[in-house]
Design a binder for this molecule. Structure first.
Ligand SMILES: *[C@@H]1O[C@H](CO)[C@@H](O)[C@H](O)[C@H]1NC(C)=O
Ligand SMILES: *[C@@H]1O[C@H](CO)[C@@H](O)[C@H](O)[C@H]1NC(C)=O
Ligand SMILES: *[C@@H]1O[C@H](CO)[C@@H](O)[C@H](O)[C@H]1NC(C)=O
Ligand SMILES: *[C@@H]1O[C@H](CO)[C@@H](O)[C@H](O)[C@H]1NC(C)=O
Length: 297
C-alpha cells in the first residue's frame, strides 16, 4: 500500500467560519459566473477542520510518467490498483480491483494571492521556502517540497502546455490562458462514501466524453503547505465522466482519463501492468481532488 505521511508546518492563516462566504468564493463568482464550483475547489477554500499538518494520502503521479520524480512509489501493486484498459470501459462492464480515493492531499488550503505571491515557489528559492514554512528539520517534507518544485520546472511534454499555481486566482488565470477564454467549467470525481479496493463496480450509462473540442486542462494538487496545483493541457488524453455503482450500491461519479498514446510511459510502468502493445489505450480514474477544466458549451 502506498500511503505515506508527512508533516508540514503551515502558516496559520485567518480561519474563516464555514457559514461565512469566503472572499475566494466571491472571487470565483465574479470571474467565473457561469461555472459551478467543484468540490475539489470548495474543499480548499473551506477545508473543514484546519490543523497544521498536511497529509499525503497518495502520490497520484501519472503525469510523472515521463519525468524522473518519485517513481519509486509507483509499485506494481499500486499501478495495478489504479489502471484499467479502455476496452473495459463501456456501460454494463464490471471493473474489479480499482481503488478510488477522495483526496490525494489533506490539510492544505488556498491562501490569498497576495500572500502566495509574497513567496517565490522555485527550487532555487527552496531554502527560503523551507524557512518560511518552518520545514527545514523535516526531511520527508523537504523532499516532497523539492519534488513539487522540480515537477513544476520540468519542461512540458511534446504537445503539452503546463503551469503550476499557488493560489485560486493564479489557478483560474493559468487555466483561462491555456484555454483562451474565461468561459470555462471545472469538474472533479464525486465520491460520497469511502471506497475500498475489493469493491466491484458496474459501469452504468451514459459515459460522457468531456468536451468535444478536446480542449482540456487537468490539474493535480501538489504536496505543499499552501494549496498548489500542477496543471497541463491534455491533447494526448481523452477524459470521460463515468457513473459507477459498487456491488453494495455505493455510487461514484468518476472522471476517467484515458491515454491513447502510451509511448511516453516509462518502461517499468508498462512492465508492471504487463502491457506488451502500445495500441491498447489505458485509463485511470481521477481522485476527488483533481480537476478537469473545459470550455463552456
Ligand atoms: C531529472 O534528471 C536530470 C538529470 O539527472 C536532472 O537534471 C533533473 O533535475 C531531474 N529532475 C527532473 C524533474 O527532471
Ligand atoms: C456566461 O454565459 C453567457 C451566456 O452564454 C455569455 O454571454 C457570457 O460571456 C459568459 N460569461 C463568461 C464570463 O464567460
Ligand atoms: C459500500 O462499501 C464501502 C466500502 O466498504 C462503504 O464505505 C460504503 O459505505 C458502502 N456503501 C453502502 C451503500 O453500503
Ligand atoms: C469526499 O469529500 C467530500 C467533500 O468534498 C465529502 O462530502 C465526502 O464525504 C468525501 N467522501 C469520502 C468518502 O470521504
Amino acid at each position: 500500500m502506498l500511503r505515506f505521511f508527512l508533516v508540514l508546518l503551515l502558516v496559520v492563516a485567518a480561519v474563516q467560519a464555514d457559514n461565512d462566504v469566503s472572499p475566494l468564493e466571491d472571487y470565483w463568482r465574479s470571474v467565473l459566473p457561469n461555472a459551478t464550483m467543484p468540490r475539489a475547489i470548495h474543499d480548499l477554500i473551506y477545508p473543514g477542520h484546519r490543523n497544521n499538518r498536511v497529509t499525503i494520502q497518495e502520490c497520484v503521479v501519472f503525469y510523472y510518467v515521463s519525468s524522473n520524480i518519485s517513481s519509486q512509489h509507483l509499485t506494481p501493486g499500486y499501478l495495478q490498483s489504479k489502471i484499467f484498459f479502455m476496452k473495459d470501459l463501456y456501460p454494463g462492464a464490471q471493473l474489479k480491483g480499482v481503488h478510488l480515493i477522495n483526496r490525494t492531499i489533506i490539510g492544505n488550503f488556498f491562501v490569498p494571492r497576495t500572500e502566495a505571491d509574497a513567496i517565490t515557489f522555485t527550487s532555487k528559492n527552496l531554502p527560503k521556502i523551507l524557512e518560511h514554512f518552518s520545514m527545514t528539520s523535516d526531511s520527508k517534507a523537504v523532499k516532497l517540497m523539492e519534488d513539487t518544485l522540480n515537477s513544476c520546472e520540468v519542461p512540458p511534454l511534446k504537445g503539452e502546455k503546463k503551469f503550476c499555481s499557488t493560489s485560486l486566482e493564479s489557478l483560474i488565470d493559468g487555466v483561462s490562458s491555456l484555454l483562451g477564454t474565461r468561459d470555462i467549467q471545472a469538474i472533479s470525481t464525486i465520491i460520497n462514501e469511502p471506497q475500498d479496493e475489493k469493491m466491484v463496480y458496474n459501469v452504468v450509462a451514459p459515459i460522457k466524453k468531456v468536451s468535444e473540442q478536446e480542449k482540456l486542462v487537468l490539474c493535480h494538487p501538489q504536496p505543499s503547505p499552501q494549496a498548489m496545483h500542477y496543471c497541463h493541457t491534455s491533447s494526448l488524453y481523452k477524459v470521460y465522466i463515468v457513473p459507477l455503482v459498487g456491488n453494495n450500491g455505493s455510487m461514484v461519479n468518476a472522471i476517467a482519463v484515458c491515454h491513447h498514446d502510451i509511448k511516453n510511459f516509462k518502461p517499468f510502468i508498462l512492465e508492471a501492468l504487463n502491457i506488451k502493445s502500445y495500441n491498447e489505450p489505458i485509463c485511470h480514474f481521477l481522485s476527488g481532488d483533481q480537476l478537469v477544466w473545459f470550455l463552456n458549451q
